[in-house]
Design a protein around this ligand. Sequence first.
Ligand code: RRO
Length: 307
Amino acid sequence: MVELPVTLAGIKLHNPTVLASGILGVSASSAALAVAHGAGAVTLKSCGAEPRLGHRGPTILPVPGGLLNAVGLSNPGAAAVAHEIRDFRGRCEVPLVASIFGRTEAEFGEVAAIICDAHPALLEVNVSCPNVSSEFGTPFGLDHDATARITRIVKDIAGTIPVFIKLSPQAHNIGSLARRCQDAGADGITAINSVGPGMAIDVYTRRPILSNLSGGLSGRAVLPVAVRCVYEIAQNVSIPIIGTGGITTPEDALQMILAGATAVGIGTGVHSTGISIFQEVCRGLSEYLEESGFTGLDDIRGAANDR
Ligand code: RRO
């Protein structure tokens, strides 16, 4: 049995699987459930300064190859999430990733201050939600300068807590954007957020199904987009990457690691496979390493990038 430990910006994970943001909400109990089923780290849903209800239903829709979602950043607000982080830390040793968003650049800093006070192991900065542009305007993550400024603001506040910037696959030249984040002080990159937005239309009502009309696509269909993004990012940065997007099987996780990811985010796969997905992916990774004669994930990370 080959062990699978990885280190993300100095934080040790016993395996590379990370519950992705937005899948099991913000409660300490749901995060602990993923830990009990083998996740190497867990990410909470992104939170902002104030509580938000999010969009009206329907907010999530199964489509061929995955899910379309326009949840609309529903969350109980940073103060309540900070309470959940403290609760989680009291019961689990596994690293917790808190995820934050802001409606303005300055608000990213305000939310970071509240959340960092509760000492998550890592901080994810979500500049890439595709579902609130009618309210907030174009996602910050599509603007390289704004993303670099937000990175600097948050890193100044986070201090020793590693800061990971969550990027959108829609960003122009994602490799150079990741480089801007690194230069601005980011400790890592999470890639990717959902793809699109996309739309599904009910042929009987003849109207878009999601109340928000469009939503981000996640699940198996987006894996090739995510792998390409991680590959390009890995060619441009030396900081670690959490490769996220469409991972359902051990082979999917391997593709991400071969593209250069240090850890792998699992989100929609929890819906399609069930909570056992963390253990199943780890078992498959370990078997692959053993059968191929490798001693750990370091032996294969980024191998697809070697030319
Ligand atoms: O809440 C959402 O609608 C949402 C968020 Br914050 C995000 O980052 N990505 C996504 O697909 N949905």
